[in-house]
Write a protein that binds this ligand. Structure first.
Ligand code: HEC
Ligand code: CU
Length: 383
């Protein structure tokens, strides 16, 4: 195992990985299968410390139990006088642990340095965390439409991360990387993986393998839903995918817009809005279009009861039509607060284009054609 460590630390991990691909490290009781170039180093450090701890735990507890039985007093009120001093023993229990600790520190520190210095040629993805989802922006300016993280295989990837609100953390267990995302600061994290996630097929997401990306810092009510999938694609597929992110909505015609784009975009809203009347952080979208267009629920209260949907929306009122109200709710969520909810919806200004908002509104208007999870069931869309 030591050769592995020496080898890994003699070159920078980025270089090492470009020349030879780093194999997957096996899963064990504590960790899932490791898929990044730093995984072998991290696992070695972890296993080394863990096994030393197991060894000394058994040794110390074992001796303690053994001595307790062997030297028990059996009712005699005599106290044996133990040796006061044993130089070899004392040197032994000082020097051996010192060597072990220095060794742990040395490779722990090396690993830490490697993990904190992204290679120069790393591919940068900007990440923003907000309650309760992740947003990934690529160098072309495109963002990942379904809020999952897509990365190219076999080259270093650097995440430059910031938070829109509270403290979050990015944790990708398979890559053995984790970093806090602190409001008001930029944090970086990098990794390289030499293994694609198999089964890549854009038309059927259920077949794809993926790694997990968790938020690892408790950030409020729906912290556990702050989750993304990580897909690792061959460079050519990645380029195609990226190209599509910029213009994926352009290709959609007519009703395809809300049938195809609606559910994808809803991924960013799902942590707070249900489609089936269930309660959540924000109002359900079930019946939303009816209440904003003067139908059932139009008397629902807003702004602590000072307004209703009917008093805000309609010709000559603040919002000429339901579309203007919904659009404003997405871009400027603090303007009117639906009772009994709080002002916690983040703005999507700069993140959702007009076309994307049209797609979402199309979905809201045709909600009966979607199941509770946002899957389109009202017929088969062309694509
Ligand atoms: C962090 C939770 C959260 C997320 C994420 C979120 N919303 Fe909201 N949303 C709310 C809350 C809370 C309200 C009610 C308070 C208010 O009106 O601002 C609301 C209100 C709304 C309303 C007005 C509903 C009504 O009945 O008046 C619309 C429309 C809306 N959200 C659309 C969206 C869309 C579209 C997305 C995704 C692109 C989204 N929201 C994401 C929390 C969220
Ligand atoms: Cu979080």
């Amino acid at each position: 195992m030591i050769h592995l460590l020496l080898q890994a630390s003699s070159e920078s991990p980025g270089q090492a990985a470009l020349s030879t691909s780093v194999p997957l490290s096996p899963a064990d009781f504590w960790m899932p299968e490791g898929a990044s170039t730093v995984a072998p180093q991290v696992d070695f450090a972890f296993q080394f410390v863990a096994w030393i701890s197991y060894f000394f735990f058994v040794l110390v507890i074992g001796l303690m139990v053994y001595f307790a039985i062997k030297y028990r007093q059996k009712g005699r009120e005599v106290y044996a006088r133990g040796p006061a001093h044993h130089t070899m023993l004392e040197l032994g229990w000082t020097i051996i642990p010192t060597i072990l600790c220095v060794f742990m520190f040395w490779f722990g520190f090396r690993g830490f340095i490697d993990l904190s210095t992204p290679p120069q040629n790393a591919y940068q993805i900007d990440v923003t965390g907000q309650k309760w989802f992740w947003n990934f922006r690529y160098p072309t300016g495109a963002t990942s439409a379904d809020s999952n993280l897509y990365v190219p295989v076999g080259r270093p990837v650097k995440l430059v991360m910031r938070s829109e609100d509270v403290l979050h953390a990015v944790f990708i267990p398979a890559f053995r990387v984790k970093k806090d995302v602190v409001p008001g600061r930029h944090a970086t994290l990098w990794f390289q993986t030499d293994h694609v996630t198999e089964g890549w097929d854009e038309t059927d997401p259920s077949k794809q393998e993926f790694h997990h990306l968790f938020c690892a810092e408790y950030c409020g009510k729906d912290h556990s839903k702050m989750y993304a999938k990580v897909f690792v694609l061959p460079q050519a597929d990645f380029d195609l995918w990226l190209d599509k992110q910029g213009r994926w909505m352009d290709e959609l015609k007519g009703d395809e817009l809300w049938q195809v784009a609606g559910p994808k975009l809803y991924g960013r809203c799902a942590s707070c809005h249900t489609l089936n009347g269930g309660s959540s952080t924000g109002p359900t979208w079930q019946g939303l279009w009816a209440r904003v267009s003067g139908g059932a629920g139009a008397d629902g209260k807003l702004d602590n009861g000072r307004a209703t949907y009917a008093s805000l929306i309609g010709p000559g009122k603040e919002f000429e039509n339901p579309e203007s109200y919904v659009r404003n709710s997405i871009l400027n969520p603090g303007a009117h607060i639906a009772v009994p909810f709080g002002n916690v919806m983040p703005t999507f200004k700069g993140q959702l284009s007009d076309k994307a908002i049209d797609a979402i509104m199309g979905m809201m208007k045709n909600l009966d054609q979607f199941d509770a999870k946002g899957k389109f069931i009202g017929g088969t869309p062309a694509k």
